[in-house]
Design a binder for this molecule. Structure first.
Ligand code: AVW
Length: 252
Protein backbone atom coordinates (compact mmCIF):
# COMPACT_ATOMS: atom_id res chain seq x y z
CA UNK A 1 0.00 0.00 0.00
CA UNK A 2 1.54 3.32 -1.13
CA UNK A 3 0.92 6.66 0.59
CA UNK A 4 -0.36 8.54 -2.47
CA UNK A 5 -3.61 8.48 -4.40
CA UNK A 6 -4.11 5.56 -6.77
CA UNK A 7 -4.41 5.60 -10.56
CA UNK A 8 -7.16 7.96 -11.80
CA UNK A 9 -10.43 6.05 -12.34
CA UNK A 10 -11.28 5.48 -16.03
CA UNK A 11 -7.67 6.37 -16.93
CA UNK A 12 -7.75 4.50 -20.24
CA UNK A 13 -10.98 6.17 -21.43
CA UNK A 14 -9.69 9.61 -20.38
CA UNK A 15 -6.34 9.19 -22.17
CA UNK A 16 -7.93 7.78 -25.33
CA UNK A 17 -10.61 10.51 -25.31
CA UNK A 18 -8.05 13.29 -24.84
CA UNK A 19 -5.85 11.74 -27.54
CA UNK A 20 -8.65 11.50 -30.12
CA UNK A 21 -9.83 14.98 -29.23
CA UNK A 22 -6.34 16.44 -29.77
CA UNK A 23 -5.69 14.68 -33.09
CA UNK A 24 -9.14 15.72 -34.33
CA UNK A 25 -8.58 19.38 -33.43
CA UNK A 26 -4.93 19.35 -34.61
CA UNK A 27 -4.79 17.32 -37.83
CA UNK A 28 -1.08 18.18 -38.21
CA UNK A 29 -0.32 15.41 -35.69
CA UNK A 30 0.69 12.42 -37.76
CA UNK A 31 -0.59 9.82 -35.27
CA UNK A 32 -3.94 8.36 -36.32
CA UNK A 33 -4.44 5.58 -33.80
CA UNK A 34 -4.47 6.36 -30.10
CA UNK A 35 -4.34 2.71 -28.98
CA UNK A 36 -0.56 2.81 -29.45
CA UNK A 37 -0.34 5.65 -26.89
CA UNK A 38 -2.05 3.48 -24.30
CA UNK A 39 0.21 0.52 -25.18
CA UNK A 40 3.39 2.58 -24.68
CA UNK A 41 2.06 3.83 -21.33
CA UNK A 42 1.42 0.30 -20.13
CA UNK A 43 4.86 -0.85 -21.39
CA UNK A 44 6.39 1.84 -19.15
CA UNK A 45 4.64 0.86 -15.92
CA UNK A 46 3.27 -2.71 -15.97
CA UNK A 47 5.21 -5.38 -14.03
CA UNK A 48 7.53 -2.78 -12.55
CA UNK A 49 7.99 -1.47 -9.04
CA UNK A 50 6.33 1.98 -9.25
CA UNK A 51 9.23 3.40 -7.21
CA UNK A 52 11.71 2.16 -9.77
CA UNK A 53 10.58 3.74 -13.05
CA UNK A 54 13.16 5.59 -15.14
CA UNK A 55 12.92 8.46 -17.60
CA UNK A 56 14.14 5.95 -20.19
CA UNK A 57 10.95 3.90 -19.66
CA UNK A 58 8.84 6.77 -21.03
CA UNK A 59 10.95 7.57 -24.09
CA UNK A 60 8.93 5.33 -26.47
CA UNK A 61 5.72 7.07 -25.37
CA UNK A 62 7.29 10.52 -25.83
CA UNK A 63 8.62 9.52 -29.27
CA UNK A 64 5.18 8.38 -30.39
CA UNK A 65 3.66 11.71 -29.35
CA UNK A 66 6.43 13.86 -30.85
CA UNK A 67 5.37 17.17 -32.32
CA UNK A 68 6.99 20.25 -33.87
CA UNK A 69 6.91 23.28 -31.56
CA UNK A 70 6.93 26.60 -33.46
CA UNK A 71 9.86 28.89 -32.53
CA UNK A 72 9.22 31.63 -29.94
CA UNK A 73 6.07 29.88 -28.63
CA UNK A 74 7.35 27.78 -25.73
CA UNK A 75 6.35 28.97 -22.28
CA UNK A 76 7.97 27.19 -19.32
CA UNK A 77 7.04 27.88 -15.71
CA UNK A 78 7.78 27.26 -12.04
CA UNK A 79 5.45 28.00 -9.10
CA UNK A 80 2.87 29.58 -11.45
CA UNK A 81 0.84 26.49 -12.43
CA UNK A 82 -2.57 28.14 -12.30
CA UNK A 83 -1.71 31.57 -13.79
CA UNK A 84 0.39 30.23 -16.67
CA UNK A 85 -2.38 27.90 -17.85
CA UNK A 86 -5.04 30.59 -17.53
CA UNK A 87 -2.77 32.72 -19.71
CA UNK A 88 -2.22 30.16 -22.48
CA UNK A 89 -5.98 29.55 -22.61
CA UNK A 90 -6.52 33.28 -23.13
CA UNK A 91 -3.71 33.89 -25.62
CA UNK A 92 -2.78 31.93 -28.73
CA UNK A 93 0.77 33.33 -28.63
CA UNK A 94 2.28 30.73 -26.27
CA UNK A 95 2.24 27.02 -25.54
CA UNK A 96 3.06 25.28 -22.24
CA UNK A 97 3.97 21.58 -22.03
CA UNK A 98 0.43 20.95 -20.79
CA UNK A 99 -0.94 22.46 -24.05
CA UNK A 100 1.09 20.08 -26.24
CA UNK A 101 -0.16 16.69 -27.41
CA UNK A 102 1.79 14.63 -24.85
CA UNK A 103 1.27 17.00 -21.90
CA UNK A 104 -2.43 17.54 -22.53
CA UNK A 105 -3.18 13.80 -22.54
CA UNK A 106 -1.77 13.31 -19.03
CA UNK A 107 -2.29 16.69 -17.33
CA UNK A 108 -3.75 16.22 -13.84
CA UNK A 109 -3.84 12.42 -14.02
CA UNK A 110 -2.29 9.89 -11.66
CA UNK A 111 -1.03 6.46 -12.71
CA UNK A 112 1.20 3.62 -11.56
CA UNK A 113 1.44 -0.11 -12.19
CA UNK A 114 2.07 -3.18 -10.02
CA UNK A 115 5.32 -5.10 -9.59
CA UNK A 116 3.98 -8.53 -10.49
CA UNK A 117 0.98 -8.04 -12.73
CA UNK A 118 -0.04 -6.31 -15.95
CA UNK A 119 -2.47 -3.77 -14.53
CA UNK A 120 -2.67 -0.29 -13.09
CA UNK A 121 -2.88 0.13 -9.31
CA UNK A 122 -6.16 1.96 -8.69
CA UNK A 123 -5.82 1.74 -4.88
CA UNK A 124 -2.60 3.65 -4.24
CA UNK A 125 0.55 5.03 -5.91
CA UNK A 126 3.80 6.36 -4.43
CA UNK A 127 3.47 9.91 -3.07
CA UNK A 128 5.89 12.63 -4.33
CA UNK A 129 8.07 12.33 -1.24
CA UNK A 130 7.88 8.52 -1.02
CA UNK A 131 10.47 7.81 -3.69
CA UNK A 132 12.39 9.79 -6.32
CA UNK A 133 11.83 7.40 -9.20
CA UNK A 134 8.05 7.15 -9.23
CA UNK A 135 6.05 6.75 -12.45
CA UNK A 136 4.57 10.26 -12.43
CA UNK A 137 7.83 12.11 -11.91
CA UNK A 138 9.62 9.93 -14.49
CA UNK A 139 6.86 10.68 -17.01
CA UNK A 140 6.91 14.47 -16.43
CA UNK A 141 10.72 14.58 -16.56
CA UNK A 142 10.76 12.82 -19.94
CA UNK A 143 7.89 14.96 -21.25
CA UNK A 144 9.62 18.16 -20.05
CA UNK A 145 12.97 17.16 -21.58
CA UNK A 146 11.25 16.44 -24.91
CA UNK A 147 9.46 19.81 -24.85
CA UNK A 148 12.63 21.76 -23.93
CA UNK A 149 14.66 19.95 -26.65
CA UNK A 150 12.02 20.79 -29.25
CA UNK A 151 11.88 24.49 -28.28
CA UNK A 152 13.56 27.16 -30.41
CA UNK A 153 13.94 30.92 -30.69
CA UNK A 154 13.01 32.90 -27.57
CA UNK A 155 11.96 30.53 -24.78
CA UNK A 156 9.81 32.32 -22.19
CA UNK A 157 9.49 31.29 -18.53
CA UNK A 158 6.74 32.49 -16.17
CA UNK A 159 7.98 32.70 -12.57
CA UNK A 160 6.39 33.78 -9.30
CA UNK A 161 7.54 37.12 -7.89
CA UNK A 162 5.53 36.59 -4.71
CA UNK A 163 6.76 33.09 -3.84
CA UNK A 164 8.78 32.28 -0.72
CA UNK A 165 12.10 30.53 -1.17
CA UNK A 166 13.01 32.12 -4.52
CA UNK A 167 11.65 31.68 -8.05
CA UNK A 168 12.60 28.02 -8.61
CA UNK A 169 13.33 25.10 -6.29
CA UNK A 170 16.82 23.58 -6.62
CA UNK A 171 15.16 20.28 -7.67
CA UNK A 172 12.56 21.96 -9.93
CA UNK A 173 11.99 20.46 -13.36
CA UNK A 174 12.83 23.87 -14.83
CA UNK A 175 16.37 23.76 -13.40
CA UNK A 176 17.18 20.07 -13.40
CA UNK A 177 15.57 19.04 -16.70
CA UNK A 178 14.48 21.90 -18.95
CA UNK A 179 17.44 24.32 -18.90
CA UNK A 180 20.00 21.52 -19.46
CA UNK A 181 17.88 20.00 -22.28
CA UNK A 182 17.63 23.13 -24.44
CA UNK A 183 19.40 23.12 -27.79
CA UNK A 184 21.93 25.97 -27.56
CA UNK A 185 22.04 26.22 -31.36
CA UNK A 186 18.28 26.66 -31.66
CA UNK A 187 17.40 28.75 -28.59
CA UNK A 188 18.28 32.44 -29.07
CA UNK A 189 17.39 33.55 -25.53
CA UNK A 190 15.70 32.45 -22.30
CA UNK A 191 13.36 35.25 -21.18
CA UNK A 192 12.03 35.23 -17.62
CA UNK A 193 8.76 36.93 -16.66
CA UNK A 194 8.62 37.59 -12.92
CA UNK A 195 4.93 37.94 -12.06
CA UNK A 196 3.94 39.36 -8.66
CA UNK A 197 0.49 38.85 -7.16
CA UNK A 198 -1.35 42.12 -7.80
CA UNK A 199 -1.52 42.82 -4.08
CA UNK A 200 2.03 41.65 -3.40
CA UNK A 201 4.22 40.74 -1.71
CA UNK A 202 7.00 41.62 -4.17
CA UNK A 203 9.58 39.06 -3.04
CA UNK A 204 11.42 38.30 -6.29
CA UNK A 205 12.30 40.63 -9.19
CA UNK A 206 14.76 40.64 -12.09
CA UNK A 207 17.45 42.08 -9.80
CA UNK A 208 16.94 39.95 -6.67
CA UNK A 209 19.16 37.10 -5.55
CA UNK A 210 17.20 34.04 -6.69
CA UNK A 211 16.72 35.46 -10.20
CA UNK A 212 20.39 36.46 -10.51
CA UNK A 213 21.35 32.98 -9.39
CA UNK A 214 19.05 31.44 -12.02
CA UNK A 215 20.53 33.85 -14.61
CA UNK A 216 24.01 32.55 -13.82
CA UNK A 217 22.76 28.95 -14.09
CA UNK A 218 21.18 29.66 -17.51
CA UNK A 219 24.33 31.40 -18.76
CA UNK A 220 26.46 28.48 -17.55
CA UNK A 221 24.47 26.39 -20.03
CA UNK A 222 25.53 28.74 -22.85
CA UNK A 223 22.11 30.28 -23.22
CA UNK A 224 21.41 34.02 -23.48
CA UNK A 225 19.24 35.54 -20.76
CA UNK A 226 16.74 38.35 -20.41
CA UNK A 227 14.17 39.27 -17.77
CA UNK A 228 10.91 41.26 -17.55
CA UNK A 229 9.21 42.29 -14.29
CA UNK A 230 5.42 41.92 -14.45
CA UNK A 231 4.95 41.23 -18.19
CA UNK A 232 1.96 43.39 -19.10
CA UNK A 233 -0.28 40.95 -21.01
CA UNK A 234 -0.25 38.59 -18.00
CA UNK A 235 -0.86 41.46 -15.59
CA UNK A 236 -3.96 42.43 -17.60
CA UNK A 237 -5.22 38.88 -17.20
CA UNK A 238 -4.59 39.03 -13.42
CA UNK A 239 -6.71 42.21 -13.41
CA UNK A 240 -9.83 40.43 -14.71
CA UNK A 241 -10.92 39.60 -11.16
CA UNK A 242 -9.88 42.87 -9.50
CA UNK A 243 -9.99 45.64 -12.13
CA UNK A 244 -10.16 48.41 -9.52
CA UNK A 245 -6.77 47.76 -7.93
CA UNK A 246 -4.22 50.56 -8.52
CA UNK A 247 -1.94 48.04 -10.27
CA UNK A 248 -4.68 47.62 -12.88
CA UNK A 249 -4.59 51.22 -14.09
CA UNK A 250 -2.19 50.08 -16.76
CA UNK A 251 -4.11 50.26 -20.02
CA UNK A 252 -3.51 53.91 -20.73
P1 AVW B 1 7.08 23.65 -9.61
P2 AVW B 1 8.77 22.80 -11.83
N1 AVW B 1 5.08 18.01 -3.62
O1 AVW B 1 5.99 24.69 -9.57
O2 AVW B 1 9.84 23.67 -12.43
C1 AVW B 1 4.01 17.89 -4.42
O3 AVW B 1 8.16 23.76 -8.58
O4 AVW B 1 9.23 21.67 -10.98
O5 AVW B 1 7.75 23.76 -11.08
N2 AVW B 1 4.02 18.17 -5.72
C2 AVW B 1 5.15 18.59 -6.24
C3 AVW B 1 6.30 18.76 -5.49
C4 AVW B 1 6.25 18.45 -4.12
N3 AVW B 1 7.31 18.58 -3.30
N4 AVW B 1 7.25 19.20 -6.29
C5 AVW B 1 6.73 19.32 -7.50
N5 AVW B 1 5.46 18.96 -7.47
C6 AVW B 1 4.59 18.94 -8.65
C7 AVW B 1 7.16 21.18 -16.78
C8 AVW B 1 3.33 19.72 -8.48
O6 AVW B 1 2.33 19.10 -9.23
C9 AVW B 1 6.68 22.52 -17.32
F1 AVW B 1 7.12 22.61 -18.60
C10 AVW B 1 3.69 21.05 -9.02
O7 AVW B 1 2.55 21.75 -9.52
C11 AVW B 1 7.29 23.56 -16.43
O8 AVW B 1 8.21 24.36 -17.16
C12 AVW B 1 4.58 20.69 -10.16
O9 AVW B 1 5.31 19.56 -9.69
C13 AVW B 1 7.98 22.82 -15.32
O10 AVW B 1 7.88 21.42 -15.61
C14 AVW B 1 5.50 21.82 -10.56
O11 AVW B 1 6.43 22.19 -9.57
C15 AVW B 1 7.32 23.04 -13.97
O12 AVW B 1 7.88 22.21 -13.00
Amino acid sequence: MWKGQGTTKNLKDIVLGRCYNYITMNPNIWLRNCDAIWERLTDAVYKKNPCNITEEDFKPLAALASQTIPCNKSLLWSKTNSLVHRYTKASQDFLTLEDTFLGSMFDGLMFCGKSYSSEMNYDSCPAWDECDHNAISAFWKTASATFAKASCGVVNVMLNGSADGGVARKESILRTVEVPSMNVNAVSEVRLWIMDNLEGPDKNSCNTESVLELKAYIEQHNLAFSCVDNYKPVQLLQCIETPDLPACNICK
